[in-house]
Structure formats: C-alpha cells, structure tokens
Design a protein around this ligand. Structure first.
Ligand code: AMP
Length: 428
C-alpha cells in the first residue's frame, strides 16, 4: 500500500522507520518530513497544518493510509477532511481530539465520567486565577487551556512564581489564544508514567508503557520541555497497575467519548501520576508521545501498517501487541536555550556509530545546501536497545556524544528513576 505520514519530528521518523519494515508498505511518503525521514521516505513539502493540501495530495497519489503524528492537524480537523473525501486515516476527529486541545474540556469530561484526576478550577480572567490560586495554596499547578507543546504548565511554589506566570500569560500573551482560559490544579505527588492505547472506538489495546523525562535539566530541574528522553519498558509500572489503568481510566475514557458523541479512534496517550491513592490523569494527548514513540517503535514486534489500518477501519478485533523483551532508551540532543530561545540553522553532524543496536532518529533537522541544519530545539533522538535498560542507556549515551552542533546538550540522567527503582526491587 501507499502510506503518508504527516509530521516532521523524531516521533514521525520512528513511525516511518517501523512502517518501512512492513511488507505491506510499497511506497512511503512524509509531509513535510525531515533530514532523517528523507532517507527512507519521499518527503513532500506540505506543512502539517495545511490539511486541504494534504488531502489533495493523498487523493492525487491514491494514498491508502495516512498516519498523523502531531496534535495540531488533528485539532484542526485533518481526520474529518480526509474522511469526508473517503480517505483512510489514522487519528481522532476534531471533536475527539479536544481531549488534548482543551484541558478545560478534558477536566470536565473526567469529572463527568469519574475518571481519577487532580482537583482543578477553570479560570477565564486574571482575577479568577488569583482567587483560585489563593484558595488552593502552594505548590499549585497552573496550565493554559489550549495547545502549548508541553510548555504551558508551571508548578508554582509560591505567590511570586504564580504572579510571574500569570503576568506572562495575560500581559505578555506568551501562549496567545491557548491561554484564554487557565486551569489551576492540585499538585499531584508520585511517579509519572506515559500510558498509550490504540483504540478503534470500541476495542482498547494497551501499548508498552514508557517513561519520559520532561524537565530540561538533570535532577528534574528547569522548565518543562516537549521531552528530553524516554525509555520502555517503564519499569515503574507493574502489570497490576497497568490493569487498573485500563479498567479505571483507558476503557472508561473511550466509552465516555462515544457517549459524548465524539467517538475516539487512534492513539490515546494518557499522562499519569502514580499517586499514593492510585493512578491519576495529568493530561490526555490525542497522538503518540515524542520521545516515547522512539523506544516503543524499536520494541514493537507487530506490523505497524497492519495495526494502523485495523484502527483506521474500526477493525481492531482480538489484537494483542507483542513487544521485544529488550529495553530501549532514547536521549534527546537539544539546542542550547531550548525550550526558550535557541539558535536555528546550526550545522549538525553525526560521527559514524558502529555499536550494534543504536538507532539515531532525526527530531528537528533538515538538509539545506548539502548540510544538515537544525530547525527545532530538539534536534536528534539517539536511541539504543539492549537486554537491560542500563545497557541500552549506556549505548544511547555513547552515541549521543557523537552528535555535534554548536551548543548541543542533553540530560545525563535519563533512566535514573527506573534504575534506582530496579535497584530497590531486585537489589542489582
Ligand atoms: P501536562 O501538559 O498537563 O501533562 O503537564 C506537563 C507536566 O507538568 C506533566 O508531565 C507533569 O510533570 C507536570 N504536571 C502537570 N500537572 C500536574 C499536577 N497536577 N501535579 C503535578 N505535576 C503536574
């Protein structure tokens, strides 16, 4: 079949890499793709938000399946546009992707369907927000309602921090319309884990749990980013807890969305805090995680094209996914200054890597005049797989040091939580 992948990050490179291994995939296209994707797919220069152009392209080339990576085209209604034209596409509709597109909607939804999550108040003015913060006390979590690439959240430890953030949002307009409404939330304490499921709106199939590391710097310091590294398995999650998440969160979410008249199909990403009183939802995403997808694709044994097709056609019957026993890890090499200001157009080089089990996905670089240059803050996703997580991390770190550009940096402690926990459990 002919497959089109919409997106330009490390997640889409990993998806293309896995699709390329499917005997079902005869031709692979990406829009707009990146320097790494261009080595395995035909890249078409259409932006991810140009949904009419994307649908025109898919019609013209008789694309059999389109897979959408990022949230923006989903919340803009790419799935609705494709389905209107009878084109097969993997992802939720505009109404269903509001689970990610509006945190206020998702909070109301969770309350209505008794899905465990932190207490929260939705505010539409600075005065309301100040009153909600005062009532909640510190630390408290302040979030913008709309899309902010994982960067619209602050954990305020005191009034000064909360006031600074409110100023940035309401006066500095840092997040534009995404911040027309704000949420003031209870601060949840525990281990964070990403839990993804594939669903066709009826059946819900869990993906291998992964853990990502969102803070910019070692030791969970600094601002939130899109994600600085990840690994799968997540170690922290037992089979029993995974079962509880399916029963109390994933399945009720999919059923609730159907009841709401917003049937959900595609990948549902549930960001969770494992608190002392059980798993609670931090956020929903309406697509795969980046960088969690990179290690997950490395571990997935099944045919991804077949799976995506089953989901898109509403045919996910009796599907159970198979995963390599090995662990996989991903280290994101980022530009200095990310997630705030950073330089673009920096020349990126990667030394030859001969270690077995290393896979370098391109996150934010394109070819320009014969050179690879960065166009985003997260530049490379350096991954490795091995029988143990510590070995996968060792290999990935060895390879990350081979990526060069001015100001290249990465966290040096990805995986430490899982390794610490493992030490406690098995005494290694
Ligand atoms: P979100 O985009 O809502 O997932 O928030 C981004 C990150 O902020 C999460 O991955 C958590 O690390 C942190 N966070 C969000 N909400 C809370 C909360 N209620 N309690 C503690 N940490 C939170």
């Amino acid at each position: 079949m002919r497959v089109l992948v919409v997106g330009q990050g490390g997640r889409e490179h990993a998806i293309c890499w896995k699709l390329k291994q499917s005997p079902l995939v005869r031709e692979l296209y990406a829009a707009p793709g990146n320097a790494g994707i261009a080595k395995i797919a035909d890249c078409v220069q259409i932006g991810v938000a140009d949904i009419v152009e994307l649908a025109d392209f898919a019609e013209k080339l008789k694309i059999d399946l389109t897979v959408v990576g990022p949230e923006l085209p989903l919340t803009l209604g790419i799935v609705d546009e494709f389905q209107k034209r009878g084109l097969v596409i993997f992802g939720p509709t505009r109404l269903a992707s509001e689970l990610e597109g509006s945190k206020a909607f998702s909070k109301d939804f969770m309350k209505k369907y008794n899905i465990p999550t932190g207490e929260s108040t939705t505010c539409s003015s600075i005065d309301q927000a100040k009153a909600a913060i005062k009532a909640r006390g510190f630390p408290c979590v302040i979030k913008v309602d709309g899309l902010a690439a994982g960067k619209g959240v602050v954990i305020a430890q005191n009034k000064a921090e909360a006031d600074d953030y409110l100023k940035l949002v309401f006066e500095g307009k840092k997040f534009g319309n995404a911040a027309n409404r704000l949420l003031v939330e209870e601060f949840l304490v525990g281990e964070e884990v990403s839990f993804m499921v594939l669903t066709d709106g009826t059946r819900v199939v869990p993906f291998a749990p992964a853990k990502d590391y969102k803070k910019a710097f070692d030791g969970e310091e600094g601002p939130n980013t899109g994600g600085m590294g990840a690994h799968s398995p997540a170690v922290i999650l037992s089979g029993e807890t995974a079962g509880e998440i399916m029963k109390t969160i994933a399945i009720p979410t999919v059923q609730g969305m159907t009841t709401e008249g917003r049937p959900y199909s595609g990948c549902l990403y549930i960001g969770l805090m494992l608190t002392a009183s059980g798993p609670k939802v931090l956020e929903y995403n309406c697509r795969f995680g980046d960088p969690e997808t990179q290690p997950q694709m490395i571990r997935l044994e099944d045919d991804l094209a077949d799976l995506f097709m089953k989901v898109a056609r509403g045919n996910l019957i009796d599907t159970k996914l198979n995963w390599k026993k090995e662990a996989a890890a991903c280290i994101v090499v980022a530009a200095e200054g990310y997630p705030d200001e950073f330089k673009k157009g920096l020349k990126v080089t990667v030394d030859p890597i001969d270690e077995e089990g290393v896979i370098v996905f391109c996150s934010g670089a394109v070819m320009r005049d014969g050179d690879m240059v960065n166009v985003a803050g997260r530049v490379m996703s350096v991954c490795a797989h091995a029988p143990t997580l510590s070995e996968a991390l060792r290999k990935a770190y060895g390879a990350a040091s081979k990526v060069h550009f001015e100001g290249a940096r990465y966290r040096t402690d990805i995986g430490y939580r899982a390794l610490e926990q493992r030490k406690q459990v098995v005494g290694e």
